[in-house]
Write a protein that binds this ligand. Structure first.
Ligand SMILES: [Zn+2]
Length: 259
């Protein structure tokens, strides 16, 4: 136990846990490939991914929304918000959220290994905070029943970075500025371009894309620009959707999840 740097007692809501912080040497794998993937983090789809070469994926927040609904209802029924019961419920929800973030970051890294991705490009959220201050927010905070703060995204990015590193994958953060306004196909900035029911429609090149995938592809291209032909076969508009399956505790393609 000579590598233990810190011991913490953590109250989980049900019991005390001892957390040991250790220094360990980890074996880092060789990079799975040369490809890049763009990741757009957001509130409707927690993550939208655009893979170089033409493939896209969405990870909606279905189960976090259900959780939020369930826990906020239970907490509202407590006598007061400082009560032991309310505190326990808050902690339980937080534990579940942490588990979700761990599982999702693992899933994304796993997909990157399968797709031969060597670099994950993530939108740097500091740009969004500026937008937030200018009143042009990306709808953080209360969104329906979901109360998700920007720290959750920072936390998630940290987890992703750590898990990616072990697989030899680099994570680069780039500014998200204008990535939701520009057409990822022709580069035209939105004036007449519009978003309708989650679809980005370009008035110039007529590209129709899932709006979050369009953002992810713009983010990806900041590190690795690629020719427009790579975006011509409709994959920007046809993402595969993965849902968190409560029965297995893992992510699976939407078709396979019964909920
Ligand atoms: Zn366009």
């Amino acid at each position: 136990m000579e590598n233990v740097q810190q011991v913490r007692a953590v109250w989980t809501g049900d019991e005390w846990e001892l957390h040991f912080v250790c220094k360990v040497e980890i074996e880092v794998s060789e990079s799975p490939g040369e490809k890049t993937v763009g990741v757009d983090l957001g509130i409707n789809n927690f993550a939208a991914l655009a893979y170089e070469g033409g493939h896209s994926e969405l990870y909606p927040l279905n189960c976090l929304k259900q959780d939020d609904y369930y826990f906020s209802k239970r907490i509202a029924q407590c006598d007061n918000s400082d009560s032991e019961q309310a505190t326990r419920l808050n902690q339980k929800q937080s534990t579940r959220r942490t588990h979700y973030f761990h599982t999702l970051s693992k899933q994304i890294v796993q997909r990157c290994v399968e797709e031969g991705v060597g670099t994950i490009v993530v939108g740097d959220l500091s740009g969004i905070r500026e937008d937030e201050e200018n009143g042009e927010s990306k709808n953080w905070g209360k969104h329906g029943n979901l109360d998700l703060h920007s720290w959750a995204f920072d936390r998630f990015t940290d987890l992703l970075e750590y898990k990616a590193e072990m697989e030899g994958i680099t994570v680069e953060q780039v500014s998200e500025r204008d990535t939701s306004k520009s057409c990822s196909c022709c580069g035209r900035e939105r004036k007449a371009n519009r978003v309708e029911r989650g679809l980005y429609v370009c008035d110039e090149c007529k590209t129709v894309a899932n709006a979050d995938v369009n953002g992810a592809e713009n983010i990806r291209q900041k590190v690795s620009p690629s020719p427009a032909e790579d975006r011509s076969n409709g994959w920007l508009a046809q993402p595969s959707t993965f849902l968190f399956d409560k029965e297995t505790g893992a992510f699976a393609p939407q078709e396979q999840v019964t909920s």
